[in-house]
Design a protein around this ligand. Structure first.
Ligand SMILES: C[S@@+](CC[C@H](N)C(=O)[O-])C[C@H]1O[C@@H](n2cnc3c(N)ncnc32)[C@H](O)[C@@H]1O
Length: 340
């Protein structure tokens, strides 16, 4: 049986710490980072009014090289393998140390008039500065405060959770901290997610949730949760309607419009009657466009849309979901839905 991570006594409500790789944030005070637009009348929205999502069209150099070498478009799954590998490297970076090294390299190249080297060093430094801001200042990727706000107040008791395209599994863990005692199945067809992104997720990372026995806040770690990770194509799952929650984080924006119904169908197929579909997608805002431009070599190995909450909600509404909660967290739009 797995040994449980020992609870750090410092990990109490209000705790905040910035590590070289990431932030730990157990603050539960305002300002909340959830901007609520749940009052929207989705039935009266029209595409002509909300426009279609923005399509990211700057590709990773690695994708272009792969395509030249193989003389074919990069297959979708291959793209995800590249994405997961490269994105994961960012989470491993000791950012302050690497920033120092990149600055040294830049000045050394400039000193020896190595223009090419200086260009590369500068690009690396800019990427580090952007990553630092997004992940170590704003904490916009994991965004525990926003996700807690999005997930709070659901009618769930020891839920059975299915996470489609789970990557590092972060949101399933946040959900299980808020609704403890349940079970989650994480599904991703890239085995690297099981072995590394989830498999090596920091064991001491604290998730703020609840203790249902006392009604008080409680802190959990990865190993406190009952999680199975299935390496499988989500289109090949053969579960029944057995999940209280089906969640995806950054999945449906990778399906062009002609396939969107398939993506939504996967959120419906395995839900118990009355279960929740929880979805988020990256926001279409200037800073997100800048992120996917500067970080293209890490991120852009396949089709990706950036949308706003009204576009996202309209997709969900058109695909047969009632929207209970809708709004913006830091970098994503979020929806809590039930099948209509
Ligand atoms: C953009 S990622 C989700 C973002 C995620 N929160 C992260 O931190 O990277 C989408 C994940 O879905 C997985 N995925 C995409 N299509 C899939 C499919 N058909 N079956 C299983 N997993 C899939 C990818 O491998 C990837 O890990």
């Amino acid at each position: 049986m797995a040994v449980k991570t020992k609870k750090d006594p410092a990990h109490q409500v209000g705790y905040f710490e910035k590590l070289p790789t990431h932030i730990r944030d157990l603050r539960d005070t305002p300002p909340d980072v959830f901007e609520d637009v749940s009052f929207t009348d989705w039935s009266s929205l029209r595409w002509a009014r909300v426009n279609r999502p923005y399509k990211v069209d700057k590709w990773a150099k690695g994708k272009e090289l792969w395509e030249q070498e193989h003389d074919q478009a990069m297959p979708v799954k291959e793209g995800w393998k590249h994405f997961n590998y490269h994105f994961h490297q960012l989470f491993l970076k000791d950012v302050p140390h690497e920033k120092k090294e990149a600055r040294k390299e830049l000045f050394a190249s400039l000193g020896s008039l190595d223009v090419h080297g200086a260009g590369e060093a500068l690009q690396e430094l800019v990427q580090l500065l952007v990553w630092n801001k997004v992940h170590r200042v704003e904490d916009a990727i994991w965004d525990p405060r926003g996700k807690r706000a999005l997930f709070e107040g659901l009618d769930l008791n020891k839920p059975n959770v299915l996470f489609l395209g789970a990557a590092d599994g972060y949101e399933a863990m946040q959900l299980m901290a808020q609704y403890p005692g349940g079970h989650a199945v994480l599904v991703d067809y890239d085995a690297f997610c099981k072995t590394d992104r989830f498999g090596k997720f920091p064991l001491q990372y604290p998730f703020l949730g609840n203790n249902p026995a006392t009604g008080s806040p409680a802190v959990y770690y990865r190993d406190d949760f009952n999680i199975d990770f299935e390496v499988k194509d989500i289109r090949d799952l053969n579960y029944g309607k057995e999940f209280d929650v089906v969640v995806s984080i950054g999945l449906i924006e990778h399906f062009p419009d002609e396939y969107k119904h398939e993506a939504f169908d996967m959120h419906r197929r395995f839900l118990k009657a009355g279960g929740y579909a929880i979805l988020t997608t990256p926001r279409n805002q200037l800073r997100s466009r800048a992120f996917y431009t500067v970080m293209s070599d890490y991120m852009n190995y396949g089709y990706r849309e950036l949308m706003d909450i009204y576009q996202m909600g309209l997709y969900a509404w058109e695909n047969g979901f009632d929207i209970l909660r809708a709004g913006y967290i830091k970098a994503h739009n979020g929806l809590i839905c039930k099948v209509r």
